[in-house]
Ligand binder design. Structure first.
Ligand code: BES
Ligand code: MN
Ligand code: ZN
Length: 503
């Protein structure tokens, strides 16, 4: 889909449909909406007066303009009460409107941001609108062969700007939002892909596509190379599978040479059967999404490069399957990690923390300014916070603050769980340094406590996305399935870092 920003008057613009966002309590038409109403002979007043449409959030109503204005249809999109306005609501409203337009088999539509008298900066509004449209229209159709022509997507979305100044602001904001949305959809595609089509080798191939960009270097360590340096925790998980594990390293150098990088570490478990501690078969297919953290890191690096951010950022993705093969690792096994510390395996289903442990240790090689890991790590996190919230734990208050700020800006919900000393007792092993399972109570936290033991002396934050990575129900601008959670958050974090550095 092409996103266009054009100079002109919305009332003069020819299009299949013009989306008019509308506040629920706007008793009197205001600004551009009033103007459009007047030009269309009172069409909007008629719809609202008739009671068909109140402007409740996500409500959509379509009417034909019968040639009174050049646009064929007016699509009213409810934004809810003005007092409750957030850009998140706008994303949702535009996602719903765009999907409705698509369901009418239209291939093109338009809008004007002058309809939205919210008092928020224009660039913020423009970004939310473009994100809502791009993310809301997402479909995963790679493997559909029947009626493909009917699945054809939207061709064009135009934002009409009246003034030169608005045109410029909207133009650059829309471009940015398009880059970020594309990265989110790239991540969604990877996560949606089935395990047989998204193996560790396939992930490395996707990384190769990203690495075609300027200032990106890709290194992929194979099993022999990992063995040489002693990444035995990661390799233990891989042993039950015939698919070779990979450590994918994407280095983006957009900043000064001497600036220490941010290292993002993403769990790349391309299929988690649980291994010998095998999972119940019900819903096991969803475990193809256990590489969502890794895919999000790849999406974030891709967006950072496309936005030419002036920061250095490294993406580290330990990628493997977790299967119960004949050579699989077993409960009771003791592993010597890359850090030299030993781990007793109590559950082969607590594999994420094992591959992350070695990757986090490896991250130290970059002398990072900060390390952020992102992983579909524990069901316990979903129990604690619900399936729409990312759990955050970490050792550095400043870094946690920055992640929280980025989460607030992108409206990807993040909530902190404590990482108190008491929890460390639960991961001590009788026979090794640590065990990989701390029991059910505080399961999300003991997993993070475990990870912390493998992070060198660097500011570190862990994000548990087991809940929000995969949706079983549609959300306003996230169709059910892979959400791409974390991409917007990490990109926002980097943009902030570009401005302020570690302060
Ligand atoms: N990948 C799972 C966590 C998960 C579960 C993500 C459900 C998304 C939805 C992880 O590898 C896992 O199996 N964790 C175990 C850990 C336990 C054995 C300590 C869990 O959460 O049950
Ligand atoms: Mn598991
Ligand atoms: Zn897992």
């Amino acid at each position: 889909m092409k996103i266009l920003v054009k100079r002109g008057e919305i009332t003069d613009f020819k299009s299949e449909a013009v989306v008019v966002p509308y506040f629920e309590d706007g008793k009197e038409l205001q600004g551009k909406v009033k103007h459009l109403d007047k030009n269309s002979g009172g069409l909007i007043r008629e719809i609202i007066g008739g009671g068909d449409f109140e402007g409740k959030h996500l409500q959509v109503s379509v009417t034909y303009t019968r040639g009174i204005i050049p646009a064929k249809r007016i699509v009213l999109a409810g934004v809810g009460k003005k007092a409750d306005f957030t850009t998140e609501k706008l994303r949702g409203a535009f996602a719903h409107a765009a999907r409705h337009v698509r369901s009418l088999k239209l291939r093109e539509f338009s809008t004007s941001l002058d309809f939205i008298l919210s008092g928020r900066p224009l660039d913020e509004i423009a970004k939310a609108v473009v994100e809502g449209v791009c993310l809301g229209l997402y479909q995963y159709t790679s493997f559909k062969t029947i009626d493909r022509d009917k699945m054809e997507g939207m061709k064009e979305f135009a934002i009409i700007a009246e003034t030169e100044k608005a045109f410029n602001i909207i133009g650059s904001a829309a471009k940015e939002a398009e880059i970020i949305s594309r990265a989110v959809c790239f991540t969604r595609d990877m996560v949606s892909a089935p395990g047989n089509e998204m193996t560790p080798t396939d992930m490395a191939n996707e990384a190769r596509k990203i690495a075609k960009r300027k200032n990106i270097k890709l290194t992929v360590l194979d099993e022999a190379e990992m063995q040489k340096i002693g990444m035995n925790a990661l390799l233990a998980v891989a042993r039950g599978s015939e698919e070779p594990a990979k450590l994918i390293i994407l280095e983006f150098r957009g900043g000064n040479k001497s600036d220490p990088p941010i290292v993002f570490v993403g769990k790349g478990l391309t299929f988690d059967s649980g291994g010998i501690s095998i999972k119940p078969s019900e819903k096991m297919e969803e475990m193809k999404s256990d590489m969502a953290g890794g895919a999000a890191v790849m999406g974030a690096i891709m967006a950072a490069a496309d936005l030419s951010l002036k920061v250095n950022a490294v993406g580290l993705i330990p990628a493997t399957e977790n299967l119960p093969g004949g050579r699989a690792y077993k409960p009771g096994d003791i592993l010597k990690s890359l850090s030299g510390q030993t781990i007793e395996v109590l559950s082969t289903d607590a594999e994420g923390r094992l591959i992350l442990a070695d990757a986090l240790t490896y991250a130290g090689r970059f002398k990072p300014a900060a390390i952020v890991d992102i992983a579909t790590l524990t069901a316990a996190c979903v129990i604690a916070l619900g399936d729409h919230v990312t759990g955050m734990m970490g050792t550095d208050d400043k870094l946690k603050r920055k992640i929280k700020d980025a989460a607030d800006a992108t409206e990807e919900k993040v909530w902190e769980l404590p990482l108190w000393e008491d929890y460390y007792e639960l991961i001590k092993s009788d026979v090794a340094d640590y065990k990989n399972h701390g029991g059910r109570p505080g399961g999300a936290i003991t997993a993070a406590a475990f990870l912390s033991k493998f992070v060198g002396n660097y500011p570190w934050v862990h994000l548990d996305i087991a809940g929000p990575a995969w949706l079983t129900k549609d959300k306003p601008y996230i169709p059910k399935g892979a959400s791409g959670v974390g991409v917007r958050l990490m990109v926002q974090f980097l943009r902030h870092w570009q401005k302020r550095g570690r302060n």
